[in-house]
Design a protein around this ligand. Structure first.
Ligand code: FES
Ligand code: FES
Length: 168
């Protein structure tokens, strides 16, 4: 069964030891997703699988046969930037840009988790039908994505603008 990456079907690698990150970067030539730590600590490799964020450095490509993988290259549609990509530009949400694809993919998956009512470590009422993406929730939920340049304020402002409607 093929794996679907950004809408295109492709065969999974014959070598079952290949990580999803290496498969996408080295075999498909999609270099947006970054390898920072390769041990699940930085979030630079974050991709979406069926809409949920995962750390692709810790995943084997063969695990995702038949699944839909979206990388930063697949977020933009028809030549237009994804709203969050534009917001990162507007709010100076990056400096070197190394963490940025992971930050954006993570935020897209994070917002979907909030919309589904998935609680986090700081959610006060885990039975609530709706969770507000407030200051603490946002920072907790994005804490797995590190930025060595310290662009976190702009990153947060961009996410706030797109997913809460509040001014970033
Ligand atoms: S490269 Fe995957 S978490 Fe750092
Ligand atoms: S923009 Fe450089 S690591 Fe985040």
């Amino acid at each position: 069964m093929p794996i679907i990456v950004n809408g295109l079907e492709t065969a999974v690698p014959a070598d079952t030891r290949v990580s999803l990150l290496d498969f996408v970067r080295e075999q498909l030539g999609l270099h947006g997703s970054k390898k920072g730590c390769a041990q699940g600590a930085c979030g630079a490799c974050t991709m979406l699988v069926d809409g949920e964020r995962i750390l692709s450095c810790l995943a084997l490509a063969v695990q995702y046969e038949g699944r839909e993988v979206t990388t930063i290259e697949g977020l933009a549609g028809d030549g237009a930037l994804h709203p969050l990509q534009q917001a990162f530009i507007d709010h100076d949400g990056f400096q070197c840009g190394y963490c940025t694809p992971g930050q954006i993919c993570s935020a897209v998956g994070m917002a979907a988790e909030v919309a589904r009512g998935v609680p986090s470590h700081v959610t006060e009422d885990v039975t609530a039908a709706e969770i507000e993406l407030n200051h603490d929730e946002l920072r907790e939920r994005m804490s797995g994505n590190l930025c060595r340049c310290g662009a976190h304020n702009g990153i947060v402002d961009a996410i706030v603008e797109v997913y809460t409607g509040r001014a970033g």
